[in-house]
Design a protein around this ligand. Structure first.
Ligand SMILES: NC(=O)c1ccc[n+]([C@@H]2O[C@H](COP(=O)([O-])OP(=O)(O)OC[C@H]3O[C@@H](n4cnc5c(N)ncnc54)[C@H](O)[C@@H]3O)[C@@H](O)[C@H]2O)c1
Length: 262
């Protein structure tokens, strides 16, 4: 993990005061960092995950820091659950502004080992959720428009070993992002993606032992593994009016790794 002196901190302001939004898969890692950042900027944040204890801990942390957060323990791979989550926030607070489709379930396996179960679970958590999240957000957003941010991956661009479904889903997330940007642009709804490289989260820690992490950092132009807060900064930019004329775009937050040839 990097120290604060290496990670320049951006002082949180109140640029999202009065806004309402939802972050999926926000019990840990990148989703949690985005939820915390958005709450620190004044947004009322729906904290979603299937991990109930994790959701409660994040909501408590946000409230203890003076922010506003709502617990939404639901499987957002199901269309009805996603619509319920967005409608719960929109009805309670009278508006809906920001949707972050972050949740995913990743299972690395060789092609012969892929089962209907693992395929369906990955598709539901990582692709159906983005579809339903976009649909539900577009329905709830008003005349002011809004921002939809989809969390893609370096795997959106690359072929990774034992990750055919994951690479397919994450490439698909970029296609979905571009198509939604075209369709929703006239309603002032901007749809963009962030593509993290390797980033510290419980999932990463489980699959990236220290020697592999060092090797990965050495091959990264900026010479470190990402922190969830790095991704949260890019998500904040895409949610904020600073990116008012950006839609259908993808920002890689990977220290330069994805497109480095060395
Ligand atoms: N961490 C990385 O190195 C990395 C790199 C590239 C892209 N990403 C992407 O960033 C996003 C977050 O990754 P992470 O590593 O921080 O998180 P993670 O994979 O550790 O956790 C994802 C969260 O999503 C939740 N989730 C899974 N299925 C769900 C469902 N059906 N409904 C609600 N919640 C569900 C899980 O419970 C978990 O809390 C994912 O889309 C991932 O693919 C991560």
């Amino acid at each position: 993990m990097m120290t604060d002196s290496v990670l320049p901190s951006v002082a949180a302001g109140r640029r999202m005061a009065g806004k309402v939004g939802l972050v999926t898969g926000a019990a840990v890692g990148i989703g949690k960092a985005i939820a915390r950042r958005f709450a620190a900027e004044g947004m009322i944040v729906g904290v979603n995950d299937i991990d109930g204890a994790g959701v409660r801990a994040v909501v408590q942390e946000i409230r203890a820091a003076g922010g506003q957060a709502v617990e939404l323990v639901l499987d957002i791979g199901q269309r009805g659950n996603m619509h319920d989550a967005v409608q719960t926030l929109a009805r309670a607070h009278g508006r809906f502004d920001v949707m972050v489709n972050n949740a995913a379930w990743v299972h690395y396996e060789a092609i012969p080992a892929i089962t209907e179960d693992s395929f369906s679970r990955m598709m539901a958590a990582g692709f159906a959720s983005v579809t339903w999240g976009t649909q539900a957000a577009a329905q709830a957003m008003g005349d002011d428009g809004g921002a939809i941010i989809n969390i893609a991956s370096g795997a959106s661009f690359l072929g990774l070993n034992n990750a055919m479904i994951y690479c397919g889903i994450k490439s698909g997330v970029l296609g979905l992002t571009r198509a939604a940007a075209v369709e929703l642009g006239p309603r002032k709804i901007r749809v963009n993606a962030v593509a993290p490289g390797p980033t510290w989260s419980p999932t990463t820690a489980a699959v990236l032992p220290p020697d592999k992490a060092r090797n990965r950092a050495d091959r990264t132009p900026l010479r470190r593994i990402g922190e969830p807060e790095d991704v949260a900064r890019a998500a904040f930019f895409l949610a904020d009016t600073e990116s008012a004329f950006v839609t259908g775009a993808v920002i890689s937050v990977d220290g330069g790794l994805t497109f480095a040839y060395q």
